[in-house]
Design a protein around this ligand. Sequence first.
Ligand code: SAH
Length: 355
Amino acid sequence: MTPLAKILIDRIIATGPISLADYMTECLLHPKHGYYSTRDPFGTDGDFTTAPEISQMFGELLGLCMAQTWLEQGSPSSFILVELGPGRGTLMADVLRATQGVVGFHAAAQIMLVEASSKLQQVQRERLADYDVTWIGTVGELPDGPLYLLANEFFDALPIHQYIMEKDGWRERLVGVADGELAFGASGVADLPTLNHRRKDCRNNDLVEVSGAATAIAAEIAARIAAHGGVAIIIDYGDWRSLGDTLQALRNHEFDSPLAHPGEADITAHVDFEALAVAAVSHTPVSKMLPQGDLLQRLGILQRAEALAKGLSGETLETHLTALKRLTEPTEMGTLFKAIAFYPNGATPPPGFTP
Ligand code: SAH
């Protein structure tokens, strides 16, 4: 049993079952035993690899996409360049390197990273030592101003609630204790007006996932872009409207049962892009959702890959070509991962996106 499992079991025995959202938050961010609080989980030695860790091309293309949007919006002389959940800081490092030649872009940018883990903040500080960076814990702490925001595999780490449809309402899936171990259970049936729209496309016993944390952040970002200009590009694995249980735990590159090793496995859920879009659209236009592979191709990944390949041979060339495939091909990350953008009223969507 992990130390965090013991803590959670004692708490549940004392005060009752907890929501899945509480469970996820403790697993990922418990100050002493949380997954992100205790380790650097990325890369080949870690539990999983993300797009920016696979190839520099990912961050380069997104950086140029941001810079082009900044130019199209009249090159505001001061703006906030922010990344949510920057992991090792690789994406931001690639964005900044790729945009060095864009006249005025760096001088106007105030770089801010939203990161809950002090352990990962330290990794980012080393990675971005050449830049003036400010760390904050939540988007609510962002100053006012044009906001150019990237979030890759951030929203999937936000806590979700799961609800099971019944004839007369919804049961919430809870984490309790059975036979001395963590076990799934469910609340009594309650009427949940916020899920009324799902009664049409769900049948009894269907499970839907809701992330209040994710929609609150999407709404906050969109409101800031509506007020001050900018753009938000969100990339994650997921789809339009969630249906079914997508909670997953990953430990040492292998799937694990979500309750088996709290604090020692990464716990995520698919992102419901419809929910993000609905939260944003009362503030800003929202682009069509599109697969990551399509976005990267529209941004010129094939041309960039070709240019980089010219300087490579042997094993490094092989690694480079494999990385291109991993980022774009449908059997790899190309279609499982999706992208969406929020942009100001009256503006065109950022390059690669359509209204
Ligand atoms: N974007 C990076 C890392 C993704 S992993 C990449 O693509 O490689 C998720 C990141 O979000 C980690 O840095 C994690 O510490 C951070 N994170 C998770 N939940 C968070 C929260 N509620 N607030 C701020 N950061 C969070």
